[in-house]
Design a protein around this ligand. Sequence first.
Ligand SMILES: [Zn+2]
Ligand SMILES: [Zn+2]
Length: 286
Amino acid sequence: MKLEDWHTHNDLCRHAIGKCEDYITKAIELSLTTIGLSDHFPYGYLSPVLPSINEIPYQEYSMNIEEIQLYLDNLENLKEKYHSKIDVKIAFEIDFFKDHEQTLNGHLNPFKKRLDYILGSVHMLFGTGGIFAFDDRRFLDKYNNYNSIDEIYILYYNTVQEMIKTKHFEKDIISHFDLPKKFNKRPIDKENIMNKVTETLELIKKSGLTVEINTSGLRRDVGEQYPSLEIIKLMYELDIPILLGSDAHHPDEIAHDFLHIIDILRKTGYSQLAHYEKRKRYWIEI
Ligand SMILES: [Zn+2]
Ligand SMILES: [Zn+2]
């Protein structure tokens, strides 16, 4: 069986340990057939157009704009160096910021042809009390600006829906779909939130996107993958393509718990996972 990890970071983003090459050699050691390097796209382009970004320590979240070139050159060399041992895929995880797609694309377009796929993510919310990095533990007190956790879930899924609908925001895969559960803050009116989840999944299906099964939640307070088994079952019913990502911020986290997750996916009914090359989707059997 082929094992592929589509979501990894490295020390360029300032909050992960290990060089790109360390992730590749570790993936070879683990007998993976594909390793996707998908570091955070720079936030720096937002500083002139979205001053509130300065309320967030975005320099600790990603590489600088000037490092994009270095990152891609390095990955292309490594892809060549290890091509007989593993298939290295070149990617970015890009955060969605409403109304700033044009500025983003100005920085992304020169490099777009070099990418195998793009992970589309929502880590920042704009609501009561301004910009909010809701998955950063340092901002936990900001949760108090909201009447209930459900408000955050709704705001999050509305933002994900906008990301999906915004044609000029390029993405192939939706990352960590139910991320607001990260600190184990669960919805109060579960039915209401699940309706929002279903609405979002239907939009994903219509848009032809893939959803990542992200195992990093198993290493966090929440103790389960993103998304939950309940949502995975819904995705199977809707025939939504999936693939696996560890969200590794250390080489030891590569393909974390993948065999356990593949077992769950098979029981759900999934027999194929998506695979990307140059922004085109292929399939592998599980
Ligand atoms: Zn990260
Ligand atoms: Zn992420």
